[in-house]
Design a binder for this molecule. Structure first.
Ligand code: ADP
Length: 190
């Protein structure tokens, strides 16, 4: 892989947002916190091949609260019929939610700080955006900033999934999705 290719990949990153590279919500493997960790569920988890699994409340896939690490299951017997909720509460794996419009470079910066490498993605977060000292409406903000090519300024801090946020989840993104984007860049003449 040439240095040039990576440099181009880095430039491409600056034009993209989380939405462009995330895994679609319909393809996200999750567990309900009510699920019992029996042999069948354990097999589903290991067959999924994922190391981190979002956990949702009841049967509401939109209400994701925290994460289950596959490694958290290592010491659990298949016959104990322990629930996902019990394991998730014990391990307290924090899950964050980011805005679908977050520029990839901004999320890359957050991931680089090392505190987390996976986030749920929400449709325009239901929080007022703070820009230039005044709060503006979501739609207005995007429209004005996009037309001014100042999309970077729309960066919102990630929010904690455990605090009730009225959001619509649209996907999941990990560091892997960003690095892949960096490395697969094609050199095209535009
Ligand atoms: P893992 O460590 O589980 O292999 P990675 O961070 O390497 O996950 O991500 C690999 C790909 O799998 C990425 O495209 C990411 O969006 C996706 N991914 C990660 N976790 C899940 C999950 N629970 N359900 C669906 N896709 C996932």
């Amino acid at each position: 892989l040439s240095t040039l290719k990576i440099a181009i990949g880095a430039m491409e990153l600056t034009k993209k947002s989380v939405r462009d590279v995330m895994t679609d919500i319909d393809d996200v493997f999750m567990l309900s916190e009510d699920q019992v960790l029996n042999a069948e569920t354990m097999t589903r988890v290991s067959d999924s091949g994922y190391t981190r699994i979002p956990v949702y409340e009841g049967n509401n896939r939109n209400k994701v609260k925290n994460l289950l690490y596959v490694s958290d299951l290592a010491l659990i017997g298949k016959d104990n019929n322990i629930t996902v909720k019990a394991v998730a509460r014990f391990n307290k794996r924090r899950l964050r939610i980011v805005d679908e419009n977050m520029p990839l470079t901004a999320l890359m910066d957050e991931f680089k700080m090392g505190d987390y490498h996976l986030a749920m993605v929400a449709k325009a977060l239901d929080v007022k955006k703070h820009h230039n000292g005044k709060f503006v409406d979501d739609k207005m903000d995007n429209f004005i900033l996009k037309s001014m090519k100042l999309v970077e300024a729309t960066v919102l801090p990630a929010v904690d999934a455990s605090e009730d946020h009225p959001v619509t989840l649209v996907g999941l993104i990990t560091l892997e999705d960003i690095t892949e984007e960096l490395l697969q860049a094609e050199i095209t003449d535009e």
